[in-house]
Design a protein around this ligand. Structure first.
Ligand code: SF4
Ligand code: ZN
Ligand code: ZN
Length: 305
């Protein structure tokens, strides 16, 4: 027998196994936006929010949901996109983010790393000989924090989801990375403006890629179809694929693993690392020599030239 929506009895378009919940189109959209709203309310995030948008389904859905929620909540989302200079992939991403932000009337802040920093991701990957996603992650985190801080934002929202958080933990468990397990992945990180660190909110933390994709499809949200050419080589994607089997056995296993390890982190309560100002760029770092990961990377580039 076809499943029916729990709230109105219409034919369901999705069955969320982790919640044993069937929903029609309208109630799925409501459920999705409510989950996002609750995280913002729980952490009292209000006012201007800079939303980091890559052009993928997660961040584009987040931007759209925040725009809709801004009609009923005291939030004001701005889109932020970094053109990473990864050939056609970056050109397509920028163009989709540009047109979508214009269509839904959201101010877009664009950052082109070739113009601002003088190199593209492929160029810096070549000269540092480090894994592309590790390099790209360091650069993106630094840029997002710097731009948000300099533009006066207290919070940045990113499209991290439960697939990302649970895969981070799975990888940390598989590689005995105890420090990463205890530090965790969080739905919210407080701003520390005194050390130039902007707060982080991940409103889709307990939503899955599948839910983000469905929300994008139902709202005709355009997304970059082509993956980043570096994504296939990232080990994290292979760990992600392992979840298909585990979720088949236990549909709530991703959420349970994430919650368990976050709880464990709170029980052990490791001391928060002290943040110092990087002596090169002035942005915060945990490093004892007061040189942040971004500036260390740039230094490596110049020595390798
Ligand atoms: Fe950057 Fe890797 Fe993502 Fe490509 S897949 S955008 S290189 S983090
Ligand atoms: Zn319904
Ligand atoms: Zn620095």
């Amino acid at each position: 027998m076809p499943r029916r929506c729990k709230y109105c009895g219409k034919p369901a378009i999705i069955h969320l196994r982790y919640a044993n919940l069937s929903l029609c189109e309208e109630h799925f959209k409501q459920y999705y936006e409510n989950r996002i709203r609750k995280i913002l309310e729980k952490h009292k995030v209000r006012g201007d929010i800079l939303v980091a948008v890559s052009g993928g389904k997660d961040s584009m859905s987040l931007l759209y949901a925040l725009k809709r929620l801004s009609l009923m909540m005291d939030i004001n989302p701005y889109a932020f996109h970094i053109n990473l200079g990864i050939g056609e992939y970056s050109e397509m991403s920028e163009s989709i983010v540009r047109s979508f932000s214009r269509d839904i009337r959201i101010t877009l802040i664009l950052y082109n790393i070739k113009e601002e920093l003088g190199f593209t991701i492929p160029e810096i990957v070549m000269s540092t000989k480090r894994p592309p996603c590790a390099v790209c992650g360091i650069i993106k985190r630094w840029i997002i924090n710097k731009v948000a801080y300099e533009s006066g934002f207290e919070y940045v929202a990113t499209g991290h989801n439960i697939d990302d958080a649970s895969t981070y933990f799975l990888k940390a468990l598989m590689t005995q990375d105890i420090y990463s397990i205890l530090r965790g992945q969080h739905e919210f990180l407080q701003p520390k403006m005194e050390v130039r660190l902007v707060g982080r909110i991940r409103p889709q933390f307990y939503l899955s890629e599948r839910e983000n994709m469905l929300y994008a499809q139902l709202n005709n949200i355009p997304v970059v179809e082509r993956p980043c050419p570096y994504s296939a080589s990232a080990p994290i994607h292979r760990y992600k694929a392992a979840w298909d089997t585990l979720l088949d056995i236990n549909p709530i296993s991703q959420i349970n693993l994430t919650r368990t390890l976050l709880r464990l982190g709170r029980m052990i309560n490791i001391k928060e690392p002290e943040l110092r100002a990087c002596k090169i760029c002035g942005y915060p770092t945990e490093s004892r020599d007061s040189i942040c990961a971004f500036c260390r990377l740039l230094r490596k580039t110049t020595t390798n030239r």
